[in-house]
Design a protein around this ligand. Structure first.
Ligand code: V47
Ligand code: SF4
Length: 378
């Protein structure tokens, strides 16, 4: 239900903390929050307070609309040259016998298994395999496009692309151009983790750094492609590192306007080198969604990735600023189940996703990757 201006004024007035009241006034009058204010929200903002404000912003941007799409994943390999401490999924090249490597034919068999099904997007993401080079992936892109031209290909994190471009000795700009020409439509948001070097050095020191990640997304935006951005939260980062991360994204978005969606990813602690770190609480998770909705004022969409968060918590996040529940992924996406996510067999039917959204009092809208409405589910 939309709150009236006077109801919101009341919420502000009963807050005793002057700094929090000032922030609410700014949100109310659509003014941008600065880094200090973002930190204040993390340090002092009660869930109910930040949630009410975030819900106001979500309502202003999207009304009752909550989006989902129909997609499927291809994970070409889990062999990876990198060894991120939080990763439960990858196998080093030396242990590749314990992992998987799909051939072009096997990946096309996955695409063909969706013949006649109304999917609009394929999301391609995996480990960074030293032998799967740019040529190999351009061939995959061309083959998918010639088989099913209307299927949107969202593929390859900035980490995968950075490695491919370096190996092929092409500049970021030329590499992106070539991938686009081969059929790549947009980039997923993975690989961002936490940008600040104090944390990045500890959790994923050997892969592309913040500037490299941002440069790849900038190059994609300059070619007219849209991309997403993630943040891996709830491990060793502090509130300061979260705000720093979001601030770097907000600055690039001011420059290019190429980001569609921000996707916070809750750190899951099973089967990885950070298993001793307890997972964040549901209250902290919801506060993070709300504060990111307030801080990232130039990001149109905020997505809860339900295979990682669990479907019930994803449903709850719709009251804390989230307006997108990702897709009806009906394959076995392994990166999350291996890290201990609630959803061990991530499959959800469109009917179930529509119900989840309706139960939260919202209007489910099927979208394509670029948020064009496909149909309005009743
Ligand atoms: O970058 C790895 C994360 C990401 C763990 O753009 C983990 O639409 C939690 O980015 N606990 C890759 N997270 C996936 C990704 C993504 C997912 C869904 C939609 C989109 C999109 C992008 O997975 C990695 C990393 O941050 N991850 N291990 C873990 N233990
Ligand atoms: Fe490799 Fe990605 Fe896992 Fe890091 S998170 S080890 S880059 S698969």
């Amino acid at each position: 239900m939309i709150k009236t201006d006077s109801e919101i004024s009341t919420i502000i007035e009963i807050e005793k903390d002057r700094e929090l009241r000032n922030i609410a006034e700014k949100v109310f009058s659509e003014e941008r929050l600065n880094q200090e204010e973002g930190l204040i929200l993390f340090e002092k903002g009660a869930l109910s307070y930040v949630g009410t404000l975030a819900n106001l912003v979500r309502q202003r941007l999207h009304g009752d609309k909550t989006y989902f799409n129909r997609n499927f994943h291809i994970e070409p390999t889990n062999v990876c040259v990198f060894s991120c401490a939080f990763c439960s999924y990858s196998r080093l090249y030396a242990h590749r016998d314990q992992g998987w490597e799909l051939s072009l034919q096997q990946m096309m068999d996955i695409v063909k298994s969706y013949d006649g099904k109304p999917v609009t997007e394929v999301h391609i993401v995996g480990g960074v395999h030293p032998k799967m080079n740019m040529e190999f992936f351009m061939e995959l892109l061309r083959t998918i496009k010639s088989y099913r031209p209307e299927l949107h290909i969202k593929g390859f994190t900035a980490v995968e692309l950075d490695y491919m471009f370096r190996k092929a000795k092409v500049s970021i700009e030329d590499g992106m151009k070539k991938m686009k020409e081969a059929g790549l439509d947009s980039l997923p948001g993975g690989g961002a983790e936490i940008f600040h070097p104090e944390i990045r050095q500890q959790i994923c020191a050997d892969k592309v750094d913040a500037d490299g990640w941002l440069a790849i997304h900038r190059a994609a935006h300059q070619l007219g492609m849209h991309t997403n951005a993630t943040m891996l939260f709830g491990h060793i980062e502090s509130y300061f590192h979260r705000i720093d991360h979001m601030d770097r994204l907000r600055s690039l978005q001011d420059e290019t306007k190429g980001f569609n969606t921000f996707i916070p990813l809750k750190f899951r602690n099973k089967n990885n080198d950070m298993s001793d770190i307890p997972e964040s609480t549901l209250i902290e998770d919801m506060r993070l969604y709300a504060i990111s909705r307030l801080y990232l004022d130039n990001f149109p969409h905020l997505k809860a990735y339900w295979p990682m968060l669990g479907r019930k918590n994803a449903q709850l996040s719709l009251s804390f600023g989230v307006n997108d529940l990702d897709g009806t992924i009906d394959d076995s996406t392994k990166i999350y189940s291996m890290a201990g996510a609630e959803e061990q067999h991530p499959a959800i039917s469109t009917t179930e996703l529509v119900h989840l959204i309706q139960q939260a009092g919202r209007k489910p809208i099927e979208r394509d990757t670029l948020y064009n409405e496909v149909s309005i589910a009743e």
